[in-house]
Ligand binder design. Structure first.
Ligand code: PMP
Length: 410
């Protein structure tokens, strides 16, 4: 008889052997206390400071967002009750889609159960609806986009990360009348770098391609109304389809695409990942709408985040830690080894009460394992100082190199 279980055990041991086995930290977020949380560790419950959350602005704990969620749950109940097509569409979702379309100045928007699903089913559906489509995808695109490209089943070209010359070479080789979809991100989540969006749009115009931009790590945080990097750079109208998440800076759950009505309507009617799954609960939709509406009008979270990010980068650099230079809110500190990266994370958690998840392969290439730090408005000067001191202590414990030279700010 085939030994089913040993196949799975073998897969797990292989991961452990490669230092890639994931250990989840059991964390209890406490409303109103972010970035403090309770860690349910082997020695019981302990207070820790979370430095790696994608709740970038702390909106998941914002009283307005929590109140909107509770109010909607009390008035509409817990679940959506069906797929969007069969009884699952409700006022809260319709309002959320209108709010998103307005945020990105697009004709229409469509909400999915996650940003992952938006990319996976969105890209696949768009490409399938364009006859003989060629997808051009940035080499560092997120897994959800890669899966979308795969599922599309059409021809694809991968261009070197952020390399517009390479993109142009690939575009120029394609037949002029052939439909082309350029898929890329604005802020790349692990390196914290930003795409040359304007240049990519110039190429899209020249070669008559459609643009699909993932602003998952930018919405809420960049641009005067929090619509992302394209808004910040004044080029929102040059993006055909923008994709975003409600689960990071907006602090809730869900994903979306926004664009021209015909495009959104076609995806709505053809995307299996939209059609054949239960809609988001109305309470989640109401909370997301409250969060977007708040961040459209309020700048103080973005200003406070920028200050916290600058203070963190500066403190870590002054302490001699190998901070990768970035122009965004993502602060990667390079370790370059999976085992040392895990040990650094363990020591920070066990000994210093600081939680930063190690980032190992395949999330980042082998040899570039790192700690990815995301300062938020809730990380004050005292916490920043504690972080820098603790990391220096950990670096010394593990014999990791520290530079003593002060590097200039980004
Ligand atoms: N796009 C990018 C670039 C991401 O990093 C992620 C998740 N980290 C997603 C999409 C998926 O978003 P969500 O978490 O809402 O599923």
């Amino acid at each position: 008889m085939f030994d089913y279980i040993s196949s799975f055990e073998h897969a797990i041991s292989a991961l452990k052997h490669e230092q890639r086995y994931r250990v989840f930290v059991d964390l209890e977020r406490r409303a109103g206390q972010f970035p403090h949380a309770i860690w349910n560790g082997p020695d019981g419950r302990r207070d820790v400071v979370v430095w790696c959350s994608n709740d970038y602005l702390g909106m998941g704990q914002h009283p307005k967002v929590i109140e909107a969620m509770c109010r909607a749950a009390r008035s509409m109940g817990a679940g959506a009750g069906g797929t969007r097509n069969i009884s699952g569409t409700n006022r809260a979702l319709v309002q959320l889609e209108a709010e998103i379309a307005d945020l990105h100045c697009k004709q229409a928007a469509l909400v999915f159960t996650s940003g992952y699903v938006s990319n996976q089913t969105g890209i696949a559906t768009l490409a399938r609806l364009l006859p003989d489509c060629l997808i051009l995808s940035d080499a560092l695109n997120h897994n959800s986009m890669i899966e979308g490209v795969r599922a599309a089943g059409c021809a694809k070209e991968i261009w070197r990360h952020n390399d517009v010359e390479h993109l142009e070479q690939l575009l120029s080789r394609a037949a002029p009348g052939r439909p082309k979809l350029i898929v890329f991100e604005s802020v790349y989540s692990m390196d914290g770098d930003v795409a040359p969006i304007k240049q990519i749009c110039d190429l899209a115009d020249r070669y008559e391609a459609m643009t699909y931009l993932d602003e998952v790590h930018a919405v809420g945080m960049y641009g005067p109304r929090g619509a992302g990097i394209a808004e910040r750079d004044g080029i929102m109208d040059r993006i055909d389809i923008v994709e975003g998440t409600l689960a990071k800076a907006f602090g809730t759950l869900g994903g979306y695409i926004a664009g021209r009505s015909a495009v959104i309507d076609a995806v709505r009617s053809h995307a299996p990942g939209f059609i054949f799954t239960t809609a988001l609960p109305p309470a989640v939709a109401a909370a997301a709408t409250a969060s977007i509406a708040h961040l459209k009008a309020s700048h103080c979270e973005r200003v406070a985040q920028r200050m916290s990010v600058a203070a963190t980068k500066s403190a870590l650099r002054k302490a001699g830690l190998p901070v990768m230079p970035t122009e965004t809110h993502i602060v990667p500190v390079m370790v370059g080894d999976p085992e040392l990266c895990r040990q650094a994370s363990d020591l920070l958690l066990d000994q210093c009460g600081i939680y930063i998840q190690p980032i190992n392969y395949p999330t980042v290439p082998k040899g570039t394992e790192r700690l990815r730090i995301t300062p938020t408005p809730a990380h004050d000067a005292r916490l920043v100082e504690q972080l820098a001191d603790s990391m220096v202590w950990v670096w010394r414990q593990l014999g990791l190199p520290l530079t003593k030279r002060h590097r200039p700010l980004d």
